[in-house]
Ligand binder design. Structure first.
Ligand code: NAP
Length: 266
């Protein structure tokens, strides 16, 4: 099998370091370069704490895409930078697998249009953990019978975007099948702004940020005399890597933008 040549953006990050391990352990993956905002001109192997890879680090994204022949960009950086990297990768014909969260609907539509024009695959997955994808699917199933829903997402306190991409994606999936409903009392008033969290299509989303947490989500369903809770916990960032592997393999066979891992697993 021919190796899939990968450029990794964000190699020093918590997700990036897990991705480096994944690439090393996967026989048909090859790291050809990394994009970072530090250490341009050095090799990955020269950076303390990173594996002994003879792959160059670039700070200039365009230069990296011009000089390095690659199949896939894996982006695990920050919302603003991730968007720029994704647009540049599409321009240079390198397929982006994006784990970076924080893309809004307009940005996704624009990227989908550009990907279609260029005939290039893009995968953006707000959650690469298979268990989280199942949690979203089960929540969508339950919402047909329980339209009163509150989502509580919990993440580490270094997360930049809120609510999480997973919470937004869950609400979007639920909205496809749930009868539209504005929940709570019609005269409800917040005495402190934000007390009821944010809202998507009438569903409330609450974002908790604490050190010690990784990525956790509960979807609470209320009914007459009963409650249902569907919960997923990512306890370590390694939980996301089987999804990253699936996405890197799948992107070689698609030529449109796919949003959400659930669209590439059975
Ligand atoms: P992190 O540890 O803060 O890592 C982000 C990395 O991006 C850092 O090394 C940061 O460098 C680097 N970076 C910042 N600006 C950059 C630039 N201009 N060029 C290249 N690299 C740059 O965060 P994380 O926990 O690994 O998460 C990374 C992203 O993945 C976040 O958007 C997070 O929400 C997302 N995430 C997705 C999933 C999923 O399943 N899809 C799961 C978990 C997390 P510095 O250290 O210099 O700031």
């Amino acid at each position: 099998m021919e190796k899939i040549k990968i450029i990794l953006a964000g190699p020093r990050g918590k997700m990036g370091m897990e991705a480096l391990k994944l690439i090393k352990e996967t026989e048909h993956f090859e790291l050809v370069a990394a994009i970072d905002r530090k250490n341009g001109g050095k090799m990955i192997s020269e950076i303390d704490g990173l594996p002994a890879y003879d792959a160059p680090i670039y700070e200039d994204v365009d230069l990296c895409f011009q000089e390095i022949q690659a199949d896939v960009l894996v982006d695990l950086t920050t919302p603003e930078i991730g968007r720029k990297h994704t647009e540049a990768a599409i321009k240079y014909g390198i397929r982006p697998v994006v784990g970076t969260t924080g893309f809004n609907e307009v940005e996704l539509l624009e990227l989908a249009k550009t990907a279609e024009q260029k005939g290039i695959g893009v995968i953006i997955a707000p959650n690469f953990a298979i268990g989280a994808v199942l949690m979203m699917k089960f929540a969508q199933m339950a919402s047909k019978y329980f339209p009163d829903i509150e989502i509580i997402e919990q993440h580490h306190d270094q997360k930049l975007d809120a609510p999480s991409g997973t919470a937004i994606k869950t609400a979007e999936l639920i909205s496809k099948v749930r009868q539209q409903k504005d929940q709570g009392h019609p005269n409800e008033k917040e005495t402190i702004t934000g007390a009821r969290g944010s809202k998507i299509n009438g569903m409330h989303i609450h974002s908790v940020r604490l050190p010690g947490l990784v990525a956790h989500q509960e979807v609470l369903f209320g009914g007459n005399g009963q409650l249902l809770t569907i919960r997923h916990d990512s306890l370590h960032r390694s939980s996301f890597m089987s999804g990253v592997k699936l996405a890197v393999e799948a992107i070689m066979k698609i030529d449109i933008l796919v949003y959400g891992l659930e669209n590439i697993i059975e």
